[in-house]
Design a binder for this molecule. Structure first.
Ligand code: PHE
Length: 486
């Protein structure tokens, strides 16, 4: 069974982990990012690749990460080191833990800016600052909100402070309680918005936009974005899920937990799409509007519906809470690492991290005003943080994790932790050895322009290649293991 190295906090209730992991997974990624990148990449085909990535890559990676966390009982760096040492492998693999921790921190640095938007819109909703009648007014309000660095900086600073306050108080007290009421609330709000969308005249178009595609292919960039988003939305390869897994009691089922979290997360994202796109189409807006999409469209819906102000307030309260429960999970890795290795108290670790976070997030915030021209290769700092983490660091970190679990470690480790029947275990192994790595590699190969994937035409070839890879992998695996052992 597990090998706890030191007494470690555990979740309070039976549902503690599921709630906290769901709180981490469901956030701005579902409600802000999913709709806007779906819009940018043209809808249906993107959604299909995203769902395939969740199933073929996200779910296996999540099981693996939770197992790493629980087995190693520590921050990503410590947990991975312990687990590889247990199998007699090189501790250099803990670099994967460093990569994850860095990714989590970089994500948080731009995430707090978006969470700041949510808080500022809540304030506007409360004080009547969203009054306006048309699309142009909403665009103008969004632009004006970004223009003043003091205003925008105030809100992102508030998010940093709130995050660190919660993290400083510890995993159980802060996290579990807030998620318990927030998740059901969010679902109800989305249902209300979907109900409104059905009457707005744009619902049919939204449905078609999300769930059908006629183009023969999706851009390489779109595929990479879909893969990256599967990692982002499930909080993978960024330390969050692994660290939460380290607080999971020995008897809880990792598999069942993973499916609950992945399903809840996917459901919320699709619901958010169905809530937002009808408004976009009914008002003749451009779905490819970019990061401001929900802030420019939803206020229009709230204005037009009965009791809209009340619903609007509730919505932004919940969006802000969803953002906070995700934000705390991104620093948990760093904070727990500082506590375990540098002898800091939780509070000191939280505030120390908070200061660094504040500095970097301030730079990200400036990308929307005074720093709008500080670009490198066409991206400003905010975009770089998002681009590097989602498109590269998370998929590569995830790839490393599944290869490590599939080929390098002793098979008992995951047999113990996952507790699957032999047949299901074989399926898991097949997924982490071939399907997930292959999925990630194919998308990278495509994105790097080495070979182009076309929908439909080349799928049989892909399957054939997967079969071949399986064969070679199985034949070479003892040798591969030796080679990778270091
Ligand atoms: N999954 C979160 C969301 O969808 C974002 C997140 C990414 C959280 C990485 C933790 C780690 O908003």
């Amino acid at each position: 069974m597990t090998t706890p190295q030191q007494p470690r906090a555990q979740w309070l209730g039976r549902w503690g982990f599921v709630l906290a992991a769901t709180g981490s997974a469901v956030g701005l990624g579902n409600i802000w990012k999913f709709p806007y990148i779906t819009g940018e990449h043209g809808g249906g085909a993107f959604v299909l690749v995203y769902l395939a990535c969740i199933l073929a890559v996200g779910v296996p990676v999540m099981m693996t990460e939770i197992a790493f966390g629980r087995r190693g009982r520590g921050s990503p760096i410590d947990a991975v080191r312990r687990v590889v040492t247990e199998s007699g492998r090189s501790s250099a693999w803990s670099l994967l833990g460093w990569l994850a921790m860095l990714a989590g921190f970089m994500i948080l640095s731009f995430y707090v800016v978006v969470a700041g938007w949510s808080f500022s819109y809540l304030w506007k909703m409360l004080t009547g600052g969203l009054a306006g009648s048309g699309v142009d007014d909403m665009v103008a309000i969004f632009v004006a909100n970004n223009e003043n660095p003091l205003n925008l900086g105030f809100w992102s600073t508030l998010v940093v402070v709130l995050t660190m306050l919660i993290v400083g108080r510890g995993v159980q007290a802060g996290i579990e309680r807030s998620v318990t009421w927030m998740m059901p609330g969010m679902v109800i709000m989305l249902l209300i918005l979907i109900g409104y969308g059905m009457t707005s005249g744009g619902f049919g178009e939204a449905w078609r936009f999300l769930f059908s595609f006629d183009t023969g292919s999706l851009s390489s960039d779109g595929m990479l974005a879909a893969l990256g988003h599967a990692f982002f939305t499930l909080s993978l390869a960024s330390g969050a899920i692994l660290t939460y897994g380290s607080y999971l009691p020995a008897r809880a089922s990792i598999v069942r937990t993973t499916f609950s979290v992945a399903m809840a997360d996917t459901l919320v994202a699709l619901m958010a799409g169905l809530a937002i796109f009808p408004v976009i189409f009914a008002n003749g807006m451009d779905p490819g509007e970019g990061p401001g999409l929900i802030f420019m469209s939803l206020p229009l819906a709230f204005q037009a519906m009965p009791m809209g102000t009340l619903f609007g307030i509730l919505f932004f309260v919940m969006l802000s809470m969803a953002a906070l429960t995700s934000a705390i999970s991104m620093v948990e890795a760093t904070v727990s690492w500082l506590c375990d290795n540098k002898g800091l108290s939780r509070r000191a670790a939280a505030w120390g991290t908070g200061i660094v976070l504040w500095l970097i997030s301030t730079m990200a915030m400036l990308s929307f005003n005074v720093g709008a021209d500080w670009t490198l290769l066409g991206r400003h700092f905010f975009d770089w943080l998002d681009y590097l983490t989602s498109r590269w660091m998370m998929p590569l970190g995830g790839l490393g994790m599944v290869l490590l679990a599939g080929f390098v470690l002793k098979s008992e480790t995951f047999r113990d932790e996952l507790g699957l029947s032999p047949r299901w275990h074989a399926l898991w192994l097949f997924m982490v050895r071939y399907v997930s790595p292959f999925g990630i590699l194919v998308i990278f190969v495509d994105a790097l322009g080495i070979a182009r994937i076309e929908f439909g035409i080349h799928w049989p070839w892909l399957l054939a290649a997967l079969a071949l890879a399986t064969l070679i992998g199985e034949l070479a695996s003892p040798r591969l293991r030796q080679a990778l052992a270091g």
